[in-house]
Design a protein around this ligand. Structure first.
Ligand SMILES: C[S@@+](CC[C@H](N)C(=O)[O-])C[C@H]1O[C@@H](n2cnc3c(N)ncnc32)[C@H](O)[C@@H]1O
Length: 146
C-alpha cells in the first residue's frame, strides 16, 4: 500500500505505528525505506518481544524502535515530528466479540480484537490525538484504508 504511495525508497520518513502487534507493517516499511526511521507502540509486551525478534532477524539496519504503552503515550517526545502515522487497532464491537468462535478468541488475545461497545473506541482515541503528533503535512492512515 504505502510502498506505491511513497514513490521512492530514498524517502526519509519519520513514521509511527500504533498497535504494531508482531511488527509486520512497521518492519516492512523500515525495510522498504532504509533511510526512514520508525517508532512502533503496543500495549502487549509479549507482542513487542515477538516484533523485536522479527525485526532483528529480518533487518541489518536499526531504523525502527518499539515502545510499550497505550497508543500515543510512549511517543510524547515526537509531537509534531511525524510524516506518517498508521494503525490497525482492535475494531470488533462487544456484542460481536461475545459471539466469535472459540478458535478465534483462543488464538488472538482480547486486547487485539475488542474495540469497545461499537468497535470504534480505539480508532476515535487514535484519530483525536493524531494532529498533535503529525507534521503539518503529515499523513494518517487507519484501518479502513488497509
Ligand atoms: C488488530 S491488532 C493489529 C496488529 C498489527 N498492527 C497488524 O495489523 O497485524 C491490534 C493491536 O493493537 C494492540 N493494542 C490494543 N490496545 C492497545 C493500546 N491501548 N495501546 C497500544 N496498542 C494496543 C494489540 O495488542 C494488537 O497488537
Amino acid at each position: 500500500m504505502y510502498l506505491i504511495f511513497l514513490e521512492t525508497s530514498q524517502k526519509k520518513l519519520f513514521f509511527a505505528e500504533l498497535g504494531t502487534g508482531s511488527g509486520a507493517i512497521s518492519i516492512a516499511l523500515a525495510l522498504a525505506y532504509p533511510l526512514s526511521y520508525g517508532v512502533a507502540t503496543d500495549v502487549d509486551q509479549d507482542a513487542l518481544e515477538i516484533a523485536t525478534e522479527n525485526y532483528i532477524s529480518s533487518s541489518k539496519h536499526s531504523n525502527l524502535k518499539f515502545y510499550c504503552g497505550n497508543w500515543w503515550s510512549p511517543l510524547e517526545s515526537f509531537k509534531g515530528k511525524l510524516d506518517l502515522a498508521i494503525s490497525n487497532p482492535p475494531y470488533i464491537p462487544r456484542n460481536t466479540y461475545e459471539e466469535l468462535p472459540k478458535e478465534v478468541k483462543n488464538f488472538e488475545p482480547k486486547v487485539a480484537l475488542l474495540g469497545g461497545e461499537d468497535g470504534l473506541k480505539h480508532i476515535r482515541e487514535i484519530i483525536q490525538k493524531a494532529p498533535l503528533f503529525l507534521k503539518k503535512e503529515g499523513l494518517a492512515n487507519f484501518r479502513e484504508s488497509f
